[in-house]
Design a protein around this ligand. Structure first.
Ligand SMILES: [Zn+2]
Length: 321
């Protein structure tokens, strides 16, 4: 890094620190891909995650979620504090992300959807992998209420994936399962069974000092389900992880996580009843004392350059609450 870049980053970081005392930024990641198999342009690979974590550890103040929330409550949170989180429970979290987090002394929180551990596959990956590997020229998805999609090029496959995910996302678990069966039958490809962590990898993350949180069992959109099923899904995931880790879970991340679209106030009450202390959404913003700890905001400043990355954090502290 040259001196001018270092100086610029230092000035931006100082501005962030001044602006963000007792304001907590929580970042949200899902996967850290191997650079060889990037399929979407927006996919994050190890090199990018590495420079982002180096940047945070060099210029800002990384903190574990529990520690940061306690400091926020006591009005002792230093400016520039950042919490790193991962949703879903992908295997690359331990293989690619953990070594990078450890070398930068960062304690991250991993929210795990328990049903997919040990060889399972998330619904979105069934769609992505089926269409990605499909060797047909055209795929007919009329069986799930969509049309026919040409699959001749990568662009066409990306479009078919995008449309199918959009169509399936807000179905309830039962309808989602039916739609996935049609897609699996239509494409008839061998789906990977090694995308998600297994039990011992979750234990290893925890033993490495990382925090683990709940993310339901089957990752339903809470608003698409009955209250009974929501309660069961959240409890199942919590109990599974508590038994596995021999600890009590304090934090949860809403599947998909957008207020009014994916969850509403009644779900916050359910979380409180089940015994969670913190719940993380994907609503944009930073967190301040006095706001509901069961509806924390997150923000991930995606950018290709270090300066751009820090500037996005600065902009968040300037313009959003
Ligand atoms: Zn998720």
């Amino acid at each position: 890094m040259n001196t001018l870049e270092h100086l610029t980053l230092s000035v931006i970081a100082l501005s962030i620190k001044i602006l963000s005392k007792n304001k907590l930024l929580i970042m949200n990641y899902h996967r850290v891909h191997n650079s060889q198999d990037l399929f979407f342009d927006s996919d994050l690979d190890g090199d990018s995650f590495n420079w982002q974590m180096q940047l945070i550890s060099q210029y800002l103040i990384p903190s574990g979620l529990s520690d940061a929330m306690q400091k926020l409550d006591n009005e002792k949170l230093p400016g520039g504090s950042v919490v790193i989180t991962f949703d879903d429970g992908y295997k690359d979290n331990i293989e690619a992300a953990l070594p990078i987090l450890q070398s930068n002394n960062i304690v991250a929180t991993f929210f795990v959807a328990t049903h997919f551990l040990n060889g399972g596959i998330m619904w979105n990956d069934v769609i992505i992998e089926s269409i990605k590997q499909c060797d047909k020229d055209v795929i007919n998805l009329q069986g799930i209420g969509l049309g026919e999609y040409p699959l001749g090029s990568k662009e066409e496959k990306l479009y078919a994936i995008e449309q199918t995910i959009k169509h399936v996302k807000y179905k309830n678990l039962e309808q989602r399962e039916t739609a996935l069966d049609v897609i699996k039958q239509t494409c008839a490809v061998e789906l990977p069974n090694d995308l998600m962590m297994n039990d011992s990898e979750v234990v290893a993350l925890f033993e490495a000092g990382m925090e683990i949180g709940g993310h339901t069992n089957k990752h339903p959109i809470l608003l698409s389900e009955t209250d009974e099923l929501v309660t069961e899904e959240i409890s199942l995931g919590k109990e599974y992880l508590e038994k596995l880790l021999n600890t009590s879970l304090t934090s949860f991340a809403f599947p998909n996580g957008k207020s009014k679209l994916d969850y509403q106030d009644k779900h916050i009450k359910i979380l409180e009843k089940i015994g969670f202390k913190y719940a993380l959404t994907t609503n944009w913003g930073v967190n301040i004392k006095g706001e509901d700890p069961l509806e924390l905001k997150r923000f991930t400043p995606w950018d290709n350059t270090k300066i751009g990355f820090l500037l996005r954090i600065l902009k968040l502290h300037l313009f959003y609450k």
